[in-house]
Design a binder for this molecule. Structure first.
Ligand code: TK8
Length: 340
């Protein structure tokens, strides 16, 4: 009797230990399917980096974490995907920080016209503590920000005329991202700013619902905008980051190991993506010329006029994100400039 009691005790204890161990192992890395959406097509800097992210995650998890990538906005526009992440219907995505401003106002700081002069300044500020702080604001809204990738410096295309002087913006029906700072900036410049999701842009250009748009060279090429746009004007009016985000609802259920794998892969993909984007950017410009786009570069004088015209938009960014945060970003930027 006594012996069997001890035996059954031992058995219970043993099985509890075993199940605890199994639990711990399972908690470590489980078999999971991760839907990762993005807006550009597979043959773009965004698509190539998404693919690398999926490969890195598979490698680091022995194939247990399976990232399925969905390009060309096949899971929806940036906006729609963000809402799917918040609701827990989709796990991950990459898209413009600019399309997050409706959710987290602080993101608007990245839309400040002419904030960065070069990519190194952008890297330094985005990857700094204040960059992380802005990213972490997303958590209150049901999103987890992992890392910033590069969309790039934005340039103008349109079908009306090359932009050579400030007056040339006048009356151009210009698609902008659904974002208050972009709408205001281009209104101030004299354009007729029309907010539209990226997924509707090609058709809007093709059907002449809008005359123009603005995006980095890479995107103008990979999205074949040259097929429906005549003029490309190099303005570099703003640097636009992408951000890799996850559904917080889903993320909170992951083990530390799983989170670590995803974070590390997202950072590796970021390093790859920034290099790839920069290497392809110069080639993209040459390719766009070859495709027949008429290219001109705005003069420093007109750039200065653009800055002046856009000044009230900078004030609205400050009102939106708060003076303190805006100054923190400026301070980090000054550090980056001094280091250059
Ligand atoms: C892709 C967009 C795109 C952005 C835009 O989904 O909307 O113009 O530049 O990269 O996020």
């Amino acid at each position: 009797m006594k012996r069997s009691l001890i035996a059954s005790f031992a058995l219970v204890t043993l099985s509890a230990m075993v199940s605890l161990n199994v639990q711990a192992a399972e908690d470590d890395v489980r078999s999971r399917m991760i839907r990762f959406g993005y807006g550009l097509n597979e043959d773009s800097n965004q698509g190539r980096a998404a693919k690398l992210f999926a490969e890195e995650v598979a490698k680091a998890s022995d194939g247990k974490l399976k990232v399925r990538t969905f390009g060309s906005a096949s899971l929806g526009s940036d906006d729609q995907m963000q809402n799917a992440l918040i609701g827990g219907a989709q796990e991950m995505m990459v898209g413009s920080t600019a399309t997050l401003v409706g959710i987290t106002e602080e993101m608007a700081v990245w839309d400040t016209p002419f904030l960065f002069e070069n990519e190194q300044q952008a890297d330094a500020v985005l990857d700094s503590e204040v960059g992380r702080k802005i990213m972490d604001k997303l958590e209150e809204k049901g999103l987890v920000g992992l890392v910033y990738w590069e969309n790039g410096f934005r340039n103008m295309t349109n079908n009306v005329r090359p932009i050579e002087k400030i007056e040339d913006f006048e009356g151009i029906k210009l698609r902008v991202m659904p974002n208050p700072v972009f709408i205001e900036t281009f209104k101030l410049l004299g354009a007729n700013a029309v907010p539209l999701p990226f997924s509707e842009l090609f058709t809007a250009l093709e059907t002449k619902a809008v005359d123009g748009q603005e995006n980095p060279f890479n995107t103008i090429l990979s999205s074949k905008f040259y097929e429906v746009q005549d003029y490309l004007t190099i303005t570099n009016h703003v640097y636009s980051p992408w951000i890799v985000t996850a559904s917080k609802r889903w993320w909170d259920g992951l083990s530390q190991t799983e989170k670590g794998i995803l974070m590390e892969a997202a950072a590796k993909a970021r390093d790859f993506e920034r290099k790839d984007t920069r290497a392809e950017g110069a080639k993209a410009l040459a390719a766009l010329k070859e495709e027949g786009m008429k290219v001109n570069k705005i003069s420093p004088e007109v750039t200065q006029q653009m800055r002046e015209k856009a000044q009230p938009a900078i004030q609205s960014v400050i009102d939106r994100v708060g003076e303190d945060l805006f100054q923190e970003v400026q301070a980090e930027l000054e550090k980056a400039k001094a280091a250059q």
